[in-house]
Design a binder for this molecule. Structure first.
Ligand code: FAM
Length: 466
């Protein structure tokens, strides 16, 4: 998207939308549950969208080039996504707020300093900062919904330990569709006006059940018994740490809070977000839609990159030792590129600067683990890779993305199993995908169906044009 257009949109959006700009909830809103608050906001937003379409519906964003059709649709403005917007230079904003602003504004756990993902979910859905009581109520509601159907536990238990945790994860999430409120209501015949309420119920169940799915996969694959039970008096991230066996470590729990917030949403065009939206547009319920998202997240150019980064760093350490010189690291990076491979954790389809999600994790590391050797290696690599990628001359963005950092933090606290890392990304990404699925159903988003062309058709179309 052209930068002038981006700027215009950034300026225009907060004023136009009923909820797009972040704001503090009114007194009455401060007493509402999330579902009640959404029910209040939806009618105004339907009118807002109608007004935008009436006024601007026939205007264009620009032209579509043949290169975009062949080139993965980069920059093609084609999706509505309200929870977050990604600026190439500045990075992500959740409902207009940067990561730092979210860290400052969202409620924290007692004694904690990282934002609670419960508050972020509220923000993504409403554009409002919830009260600590509202966040606490969400923690309780998710804990109450967390239990898995027995057959889903059995599906996970029957997976061979050699099956990648992401495959197990997507299977378990897909199987939750057995109890989908949306699918049941749809088969019984409901009005379109009721779609969002059932999508909300499924989304709440989905998010609530993810820690138990993740914990069960982790404990099964890495041979540690069964996950500890969810504690209804604790927040979501504490419980996620608990089922993994790390809740005794308050710093790890804080890391989970930050981790979920920064991985939750990255506007709509990335593979996992777009897949969820696309599949949801067929009125597949949130379990089917998010199961599909997870299969996209499991690709090495997307969420699996956090696993790939650690694998790559460990291989580097095996080859050149733990306290290698800059020269040796440079040589290793060049050998990766010369081998026709990508440097994992670097580059991005939209970002053109260091990912603020990387920066947020670096700040966390500086506070909690400044002397960690792997953190130091991540820093050393950061000082070396961008220049090499620039010199190599292919990557449009030589800077690190979120995945360049996350594995080093997880490893520090003893979560060494790299193949599990993308599962944590997946738990987080549910927040963003679910929020948009709810709004898509509330706004009556239609079936997605872009037009495709064959190379033959493209050649014919331009045969007589310069
Ligand atoms: N190392 C080596 N080459 C790279 C590179 C990297 N980190 N990033 C881009 N390139 C290459 C890319 O493979 C392409 O080569 P070809 O022309 O031979 O196909 C060329 O540079 C132009 O690519 P681009 O336009 O700069 O990037 P894309 O928009 O096509 O792709 C990424 C974006 C993220 C897939 C790409 O940068 C990459 O493969 N990075 C490494 C994997 C990674 O870290 N993925 C995680 C992304 C993340 F933020 C997330 O989704 N979680």
């Amino acid at each position: 998207m052209a930068s002038a257009l981006r700027l215009a949109l950034r300026k225009a959006t907060p004023a136009r939308s009923a909820f797009a700009a972040t704001r503090f909830a009114s007194t009455s809103a401060k007493q509402s549950t999330l579902k009640e608050r959404l029910a209040e906001l939806i009618p105004a937003e339907i009118e807002n969208v109608k007004a935008i379409r009436a006024e601007h519906g026939q205007k264009t964003f620009g032209q579509v080039t043949v290169d975009q059709v062949y080139g993965g649709m980069r920059g093609l403005p084609a999706l509505l996504w309200d929870g977050s917007v990604l600026d190439p230079e500045e990075g992500i904003r959740f409902r207009g707020k940067t990561i730092e602003e979210c860290q400052a504004a969202l409620p924290k756990a007692p004694g904690g300093s990282e934002p609670l993902p419960e508050g972020l979910f509220w923000l993504l859905l409403t554009g409002e900062i919830p009260t600590p009581e509202q966040v606490n109520q969400l923690s309780k509601e998710w804990a109450a919904r967390a239990a898995l159907p027995e057959f889903v536990e059995e599906i996970i238990d029957r997976c061979p330990g050699t099956l990648h945790p992401m495959s197990q994860f997507s299977m378990a999430v897909t199987a939750l569709n057995h109890d989908s409120s949306f699918a049941k209501a749809y088969s019984e015949g409901i009005s379109k006006k009721e779609y969002w309420g059932h999508t909300f119920e499924d989304s709440m169940d989905l998010i609530a059940k993810l820690p138990n799915i993740a914990g069960r996969i982790y404990q099964n694959v890495y041979g540690k018994g069964k996950p500890a039970p969810i504690d209804p008096s604790k927040d979501y991230s504490w419980n996620l740490a608990h089922v993994l066996g790390f809740s005794d470590n308050e710093a790890f729990v804080e890391l989970m809070r930050l981790y979920i917030v920064i991985h939750s949403d990255h506007e709509g065009g990335n593979v996992s977000a777009h897949t969820g939206k696309l599949v949801g547009s067929a009125l597949s319920d949130p379990f089917l839609a998010f199961g599909a998202s997870l299969n996209g997240l499991a690709g090495p150019l997307h969420g699996l990159a956090n696993q790939e980064v650690l694998v790559w760093l460990r291989k580097m350490q095996d080859k050149i030792g733990s306290n290698a010189s800059d020269e040796a690291v440079k040589e290793y990076v060049w050998s990766t590129l010369k081998g026709g491979q990508v440097v994992p954790g670097y580059g991005h389809a939209v970002l053109r600067k260091t990912d603020p999600r990387y920066t947020a994790q670096r700040a966390f590391a500086l506070k909690h683990l400044p002397e960690d050797p792997l953190f130091k290696l991540v820093g050393q690599v950061y000082n070396i890779v961008p220049d090499i990628l620039l010199e190599a001359g292919k990557a449009k963005n030589p800077w690190p993305n979120v995945d360049a950092h996350s594995g080093a933090l997880l490893t520090h606290y003893g979560l060494h199993q790299m193949q599990f890392y993308t599962v944590l990304f997946g738990v987080s990404r549910a927040f963003g995908v679910a929020a948009q699925l709810i709004w898509d159903r509330a706004l009556g988003a239609p079936l997605e169906r872009p037009k495709s062309y064959s190379s033959e058709a493209i050649k014919k179309m331009f045969a007589n044009r310069k």
